[in-house]
Design a protein around this ligand. Structure first.
Ligand code: BGC
Length: 503
């Protein structure tokens, strides 16, 4: 049976898997005390520092669009395929990085994983900046990819675990905000350095946020979830004492312990019948996030608009505009996620994406050369599409995968979902230009519009509302709804609607 996800901020959370406690909220389990300003400063500060990993993710994926223009004439002249390799090897590295970080963060902890990620970022971007040869540049891009992939899973994981439930949506989505800011900064850096053509500096500048991430994370404490899982309850208690009102610490430790007592698991259990349904939700959201076309806009908008007849500076300006809308709408999402909930933003945002892609398809219908009104419609369509992604599917995917997995497999399962995201990104990125020349702008954008409709159907049916609920309560809900099954239990009735569907 689907349970109500309408827990307002002031309603008590239910300890996971404890029906008795659900009927009788625990002592001290009344309305949660509002965290005071010092607590919010610590939590927000920790989330913002960690989100530097998201900024690096955005910068390193965005910067290559401008750098490519100048790399073409380097190393004795590079072919299109050699340039594509520079772009896509980062995505291959990211797949490996996401999976490795999923396991590493479970084994050595979230904080050391983030520290290693920062070191790998520094090494990768410096290697790219000083590279003497083309093959070394490829190695550097792969190394940067390892760090990008790692950061894409460990940042939302860590922030999700330090955030109080009622602010978790906005705090975890600081990561997505940082990604979009990183993309925008990379566009501006590319634009600023375009007269000198200094692609080495374009790559190398990312060392600054990477060093800041390393220094910043040193000031943070390990995730209380991971500590309790390791039996280090006293340390977890002292971490939680800094992050929660004092009345909530004991209850949260008990809830986490209860969930952990159901056993620990490795990669095998992530793929087991018990966890597979939740894993499928994360993996399919990952695939839909990429297959609906976002990075054809983020990586290729300037080339697309330039090829369609816009001057280079108009194309770059339009691109910066798209980047700015991406940031602005993500700010709106950060503010709304914990109020409106995840599902309304996800579903309405995706509807906006379908409208944007359909309008783009129409703009290209009269031929590939865009002039006057059709150019304006194409740019407006891409802006509507990107803004709608930014308010829904962009942040909600990374947030959801930090919320819907059982504690004992969370790190590994998030690694698998991130891996799926990078793999789908890779497929779309390497096939887009070929597809474009085969079926044209109208064909490609119509395809994305149709895939977005399929995605909406899936979101409506399967994605749970998680607003304001503790991670333990979400897990208990998913278990009751059989989206997660208890080990050894026969599969039961599936709910008609999504788990925790907000009324
Ligand atoms: C996606 C990236 C994309 C970015 C755009 C992220 O959520 O995972 O692939 O480039 O949003 O803002």
């Amino acid at each position: 049976m689907a349970t109500s996800g309408g827990n307002g901020p002031s309603e008590p959370e239910h300890p996971a898997g404890n029906p008795a406690a659900e009927a009788n909220p625990p002592a001290g389990g009344g309305p949660a005390a509002a965290p005071d300003a010092a607590i919010m400063r610590r939590v927000t500060g920790g989330a913002a520092i960690t989100a530097l990993g998201g900024l690096l993710f955005g910068y390193d994926t965005g910067v290559v669009s401008g750098a490519l223009l100048f790399l073409r004439t380097q190393f004795g002249g590079l072919s299109n395929f050699q340039l594509e390799l520079v772009t896509s090897l980062l995505l291959v590295g990211a797949m490996a990085g996401a999976l490795a970080a999923g396991r590493l963060s479970g084994r050595i902890g979230r904080k050391p994983t983030i520290m290693i990620t920062a070191v790998v970022f520094v090494l990768g971007v410096l290697l790219a900046a000083v590279t003497p040869t083309y093959p070394v540049l490829l190695i550097a891009r792969f190394v940067i990819g390892l760090a990008v992939g790692s950061s894409s899973m460990v940042v939302p994981l860590y922030i999700g675990e330090i955030a109080p439930p009622r602010f978790r949506g906005g705090l975890v989505s600081l990561n997505q905000l940082a990604i979009t800011i990183g993309i925008l900064i990379s566009y501006l850096v590319d634009y600023g350095l375009s007269s000198s053509g200094d692609w080495r500096l374009m790559f190398g500048l990312a060392a600054i946020p990477a060093v800041l991430l390393f220094g910043g994370i040193l000031t943070q404490r390990e995730s209380p979830y991971w500590l309790i899982e390791r039996g280090r309850d006293d340390e977890a208690r002292s971490v939680l004492a800094r992050l929660r009102p004092s009345g909530e610490v004991g209850r949260e430790v008990a809830e986490i312990r209860e969930v952990i007592s159901q056993g620990r698991a490795g990669l095998r259990e992530v793929l087991s019948r018990t966890v597979r349904p939740a894993l499928a939700v994360g993996v399919l959201m990952a695939v839909f996030q990429q297959m609906t076309g976002i990075n054809t806009v983020i990586y290729y908008a300037p080339s697309l608009l330039h090829d369609a007849g816009l001057g280079q500076s108009s194309a770059l300006l339009a691109n910066a505009g798209i980047g700015a809308v991406n940031v602005a709408m993500t700010i709106v999402a950060v503010r709304l996620l914990d109020r409106a909930g995840r599902r309304p933003l996800l579903i309405r945002g995706s509807a906006g994406m379908a409208v944007g892609m359909s309008a783009a398809a129409l703009a290209f219908a009269g031929g590939t050369h865009l002039t006057g009104a059709r150019a304006a419609v194409a740019i407006a369509a891409l802006v509507v599409y990107t803004g709608s992604f930014a308010i829904g599917l962009g942040p909600v995917f990374w947030l959801m995968i930090s919320e819907i997995y059982p504690q004992r497999v969370r790190g590994t399962a998030m690694g698998v979902a991130s891996l799926a995201n990078w793999a789908a990104n890779f497929l779309v990125t390497i096939s887009f230009l070929t597809l474009l020349s085969a079926i044209g702008g109208t064909g490609v954008f119509s395809l994305f519009a149709v895939l977005t409709l399929v995605a909406i159907w899936f979101f409506v049916r399967r994605v749970p509302e998680t607003k304001g609920r503790s991670l333990q309560a979400i897990e208990a809900d998913l278990r009751r709804s059989q989206l997660l099954e208890r080990p050894g239990e026969p599969p039961g009735q599936r709910p008609d609607g999504p788990v925790g569907h907000a009324a």
